[in-house]
Design a binder for this molecule. Structure first.
Ligand code: G4P
Length: 530
């Protein structure tokens, strides 16, 4: 039996983030192969929603079903328990990804060698950097022609603000791709293009000046590699584990996920350097993973696929202590004790009932409407985990009841969908009209469809041109400036679901003017601020 502390040390809970199509799904699948968690490639279904599927509701439903199964993928590798948390790459679901990032202890960022840093990666990495989440970068698709390795490393620094240090280096690329020199392990892995091979044989090279290198790679490639490595060693600092763990240095690996090449190197290094579950900040205090009392928080809620069973699955990240089946826990927001007779754990692509889960693990709890995102569970302590903020939505529409006989159903549906974090609801202070804000246009269709199929309610939308929602934070709620702000801007003020005041700016210009006119009224794009 492993001790409690050993259980914590063996866990690695992380997310893989990328711009769609960079290779996140392929990499995930290859990682699972190493854990023996799946037998063949192709078993991890991509849960990306292609553009063409925008109005194909069945597709959306199907995708939602798939993403329940792949929300958490766990496997054992070299005695480490690896928990991969899925993060949707589609930009309309970015908020889902931001929330999932509150539950990871580190991330791997996948970059397409030909496309370099893409828009979605920039946004996601920014969130990770803000939270000092340790990041490893995997540059993928080396079997294709792409950008020069140094240019890519530069791009990572310039566009993502990372302080990189390569831990492997490509030998050639595309047609001339010969393999990878592993700086971390000091060996060479030759590219065979055979994706079936699980473990590639490597050739140890402590000294790259060894003439043996010319025999293996050919003179030109060997010489190029020596020059490249010389330059890389000169420009980039040595790997420093502490700096990586503090989110201040970012190791980079190269490879080809599709060919399962360079993936083993990534995984072996990852389990060695990536953090085990870390302490987490609650409003009241820091909570160490090693504390005996269970604490955890809900970071994701997934609706049941079957409309007849409206129960949902709430995903709880265990932060400290052990989560045990049938033990009562305090639902802090509702101030009530709840027991769970069938908590789910996730293994490979399956979920199964577990008796005990440890810090770093994700537990799936069946829920009939008790939970919302951000809720904390404890053994009795009044604790509130921080860091699941809402961001300003990008799209806003009035929502109208299209079937007056079903208004109860409509409001219940809206309420529950908002708790799931599908979108945000704002109520205009002036007239009580309800406005839905989403990250992507796709969500409006999802909401309409789900209201009808799961709650039997119908809705329509009206346009409401809003540029940004800003959470209002007056320096002094009693001063005249704030009173004037409230009076003049009355038409644009709303309450979010938590009852926080929000200013709905209709243009960038009016936002700037408002900020200038009322400097003591701070406007934030994020719902949580210090
Ligand atoms: P995502 O989850 O980040 O969106 O990307 P995904 O893994 O689905 O990969 C996107 C496409 O890139 C897939 O091709 C996949 O096969 C390909 N790919 C992934 N890794 C590599 C690699 O190392 N080399 C090359 N050449 N291609 C790679 P697709 O045609 O869009 O899909 P599929 O029909 O192959 O599934």
């Amino acid at each position: 039996m492993k001790s409690f502390n050993d259980q914590i040390k063996k866990r690695r809970t992380f997310g893989i983030i990328s711009h769609p199509d960079a290779g996140k799904t392929t990499l995930t699948e290859k990682l699972l192969l190493f854990g023996g968690a799946i037998q063949e490639a192709g078993a991890v279904k991509s849960n990306k929603i292609k553009k063409s599927a925008t109005s194909d509701f069945m597709e959306i439903e199907r995708q939602r079903g798939i993403s329940v199964a792949t929300s958490v993928l766990a496997f054992l590798y070299k005695d480490k328990k690896i928990n991969i948390l899925d993060t949707p790459g589609h930009k309309d679901f970015a908020e889902d990804t931001f929330r999932t990032l509150t539950a990871v202890d580190s991330v791997i960022v996948v970059i397409d060698v030909a496309k370099g840093v893409e828009a979605q990666t920039e946004k996601l990495v920014e969130v990770c950097r803000m939270r000092n989440i340790p990041i490893i970068v995997f540059i993928n698709k080396l079997d294709r022609e792409g950008k020069d390795a140094f240019d890519l490393l530069d791009e990572l620094e310039q566009k993502l603000g990372l302080s990189v240090t390569p831990l492997s280096f490509p030998i050639g690329m595309g047609y001339d791709f010969k393999g990878i020199y592993n700086i971390y392990e000091k060996n060479i892995n030759l590219f065979s293009g055979n994706s079936k091979k699980n473990i590639e044989e490597t050739i140890a090279f402590d000294d790259i000046n060894n003439p043996e290198l010319d025999t293996i790679l050919g003179n030109k490639a060997a010489q190029n590699l020596r020059t490249d490595l010389d330059l890389a060693m000169g420009v980039y600092p040595d790997f420093d584990k502490e700096a990586y763990l503090a989110g201040k240095q970012h190791p980079v690996f190269f490879g080809s996920a599709l060919n399962n090449f360079g993936v083993r190197e990534l995984l072996d290094c990852f389990i060695e350097i990536a953090p085990s579950p870390r302490a987490k900040k609650a409003e009241e205090r820091m909570v160490e993973a090693t504390e005996k009392n269970m604490t955890g928080f809900v970071f994701k809620i997934h609706a049941n696929m079957d409309p007849k069973h409206r129960d949902r699955l709430a995903f709880v990240k265990v932060v400290s202590g052990t989560f045990e089946r049938n033990k009562p826990y305090l639902h802090v927001r509702q101030d009530k004790k709840l027991k769970f007779s069938s908590p789910n754990a996730f293994f490979a692509e399956k979920k199964e009932i577990v008796d005990i889960s440890y810090p770093g693990d994700i537990v799936g709890l069946h829920d009939t409407g008790n939970f919302k995102i951000g809720d904390t569970l404890t053994e009795g302590e009044e604790l509130h985990y921080k860091g699941i903020p809402s961001f300003s939505p990008e799209h806003f529409r009035y929502i109208n009841n299209a079937d007056p006989m079903k208004s109860k159903q409509l409001y219940k549906g809206i309420d529950q969908l908002m708790d799931e974090g599908v979108a945000q609801l704002f109520t205009l202070e002036m007239n009580g009209r309800k406005v839905i804000g989403t990250v992507g246009a796709l969500q409006f269709e999802v909401i309409q469809y789900r209201l009808e199929h799961e709650y039997g309610a119908k809705c329509t939308y009206d346009n409401f041109p809003v540029y940004k929602a800003c959470w209002v934070d007056p320096e002094d709620p009693k001063n005249d400036e704030f009173a004037e702000f409230q009076r003049i801007k009355q038409k644009f003020l709303a309450l979010d679901k938590q009852g926080q005041s929000v200013f709905l700016a209709d243009s960038q210009f009016s936002l700037q003017m408002t900020q200038q006119k009322y400097p003591s009224v701070k406007l934030h794009f994020v719902s949580e601020f210090e």
